[in-house]
Design a protein around this ligand. Structure first.
Ligand code: AMP
Length: 219
């Protein structure tokens, strides 16, 4: 199955994508993670994207479309993929339709994580990840079992995303409202849009997504 998880920053797209990846063998395609990896490797795309990402803006469509087009064609996407962070604009959604039909694939569902935007700043401001294995934590909602030590690999080094701060978050939320939210009617019209309550617990959200996937599979 090929799905999109849609929602503002901090809605839980990455967390839910990881759960689906574990359970269904689908591949998480996070454009944010791909860009951060390009920044880390010092690639030209990374250098171009870094300033925009740090400011909370959106990287130009043509760069993002090329990046996802190259990725979707790789053989590991054959089992199905979960798009996390793409598309973020209507032109990206249109380009995605074209590239999928060109390679004989289709979207099965677009799942919107509906959240209370006031809660997102707190969610995002407390996020951090293990520098070694990438396991995600949150100061308040998911601290490591032993303070300062990663539950998974035992590392004591953690990193915070430079754009996970209240100031940049305001710009990221505005980008979502102005540029990404118009995608919702685009997919609603196609009959692909399903919504879940993203403020529920991680397990409850996962359960709602599984239910949608079950229903979609039957259709
Ligand atoms: P994320 O990890 O999904 O929150 O993405 C982090 C940042 O990467 C965003 O704030 C944007 O600057 C950039 N980005 C990720 N995906 C896209 C996209 N599809 N279009 C434009 N910019 C993107």
């Amino acid at each position: 199955m090929n799905i999109i998880l849609l929602g503002p920053p901090g809605a839980g797209k990455g967390t839910q994508a990881k759960l689906l990846e574990e359970q269904h063998g689908m591949i998480q395609l996070s454009t944010g993670d791909m860009l951060r990896a390009a920044v880390k490797r010092g690639e030209p795309l990374g250098l171009e994207a870094k300033k925009i990402m740090d400011a909370g803006g959106l990287v130009p469509d043509h760069l993002m479309i090329k990046m996802i087009e190259d990725r979707i064609r790789k053989p590991d996407c054959a089992k199905g993929f979960i798009l996390d962070g793409f598309p973020r604009t209507v032109p990206q959604a249109e380009a995605l339709d074209k590239m999928l039909s060109a390679c004989g694939k289709k979207l099965d569902a677009v799942i919107e994580l509906k959240v209370d935007e006031a809660a997102l700043i707190e969610r995002v401001s407390g996020r951090f990840t293990c520098a070694k294995c990438g396991t995600g934590y949150h100061k308040k909602f998911k601290p490591p079992k032993h303070a300062g030590v990663c539950d998974v690999c035992g590392s004591t080094e953690f990193i915070c995303r430079p754009d996970d701060n209240p100031e940049t978050m305001k710009t990221r939320l505005k980008a979502f409202q102005d540029q990404t939210a118009p995608i919702l009617p685009y997919y609603r019209q196609k009959g692909l849009l399903k919504s879940v309550d993203g403020m529920a617990s991680m397990d409850a959200v996962h359960g709602s997504i599984e239910h949608i996937l079950g229903e979609t599979g039957k259709a």
